[in-house]
Design a protein around this ligand. Sequence first.
Ligand code: NAD
Length: 497
Amino acid sequence: MTTLTRADWEQRARELKIEGRAYINGEYTAAVSNETFECISPVDGRLLTRVASCDAADAQRAVDSARVTFNSGVWSRLAPAKRKSAMIRFAALLKVNAEELALLETLDMGKPISDSLHIDVPGAAQALSWSGEAIDKIYDEVATTPHDQLGLVTREPVGVVAAIVPWNFPLMMACWKLGPALSTGNSVILKPSEKSPLTAIRIAALAVEAGIPAGVLNVLPGYGHTVGKALALHMDVDTLVFTGSTKIAKQLMIYSGESNMKRIWLEAGGKSPNIVFADAPDLQAAAEAAASAIAFNQGEVCTAGSRLLVERSIKERFLPLVIEALKAWKPGNPLDPDTNVGALVDTQQMNTVLSYIESGHADGAKLVAGGKRTLQESGGTYVEPTIFDGVSNAMKIAQEEIFGPVLSVIAFDSVEEAISIANDTPYGLAAAVWTANISKAHLTAKALRAGSVWVNQYDGGDMTAPFGGFKQSGNGRDKSLHAFDKYTELKSTWIKL
Ligand code: NAD
């Protein structure tokens, strides 16, 4: 536990040396074009640094470096036990540098420093070490052949992997990809979001310090439509893994088809239902979870519980508990260790969230908490956690991913209606069910079209369980051994004896 105060963090922020260059073949480097873009902190609107604005020329350099390194076998053919050791050292270096990484993350995207330090950095480190620890414990297969044949079913690294990631959990989303991608022996080009590139840039050097050879992990900051698109269209990228919006995920599928049919694995948006039945075992716990499900990380969470489905018979009793619980989630300066709601990532995202709040009003939903921008005097981008009651699932605020702290409360009268509303969305990332009836819990969980279902809690799971979406929330899975499937090709070798 750190005992750093807000003043300590502010002091460190002033002294922090921030690297904004790309990392290619083991070296920090400016973009070929020498272009940069401003990296503005949403905490207070101040310029943190200028960041290399990479484009197709940099993508080419990084892909070349990754390809040469991959083909050399220096990492791809290293004994799994040795890759394991390097991955564990990489994870350890994240922890050694936890305070610096946490500070970069908070300054860059506005989340509370306590979350960066206690959730994001340890979660990222765990994703690296968990995958590394597994890699020398996964065996290949021998087919059930006739006596005079030997059939080997082996997994090989796919080769060059491009990983394009979002800004809401910049380091953790990157490491959910890097853990299995690197452990399986691939060379990787990581493209962080232009809104939050700093921790990705920093950890590139830590990978080399951990003993991962130069060229195995390259980091290209820059815009999606420039360097992201160049990677997605590149003929020598074997696999593209992505976390981000459904809109861009669909575009990436087109790029894959237009280029080399690179394997493409997508983790996209969500509009997750949190269903509270009248027989929930503990309404107070359900209310507190409903509040944190929309306020944690400023609601900038792909699995945010943004639709609260409440059985009508308890709604009048339950909603005040949620409103009360949400009062514990108050925007404040993210560098204050007591803050639990920080700034939204930038002005554009804040305006998007505020426009959804307007749309809730316009569609006739009833505002019962929050609803406004706050802390303007800070120069940052803060919005109050907000609840709309009386929402119909057809309203825009119930259908579209807001990616901010705006909760829609929807009443239902039966199990069937709850399931039907819950599934009435293009997304299928997560869902939760609150009931003391075990059959109802199981039957509802089975009926929900979502990649993760939580019962009597919100947001459970760890590295051991796969994470990903049904429907337009994506394909493939991050975390768990299932994630390894995305980074390996299966080979059948059939030998006549
Ligand atoms: P985004 O789709 O706008 O951007 C994601 C990444 O794609 C960024 O790095 C961006 O630069 C890049 N990009 C944009 N246009 C591109 C293009 N034409 N070609 C290649 N790359 C391009 O998403 P965002 O706003 O950064 O993140 C928020 C979204 O991420 C939300 O929809 C959220 O639900 C989703 N998300 C999903 C998960 C999950 O695991 N399913 C986790 C976190 C966030």
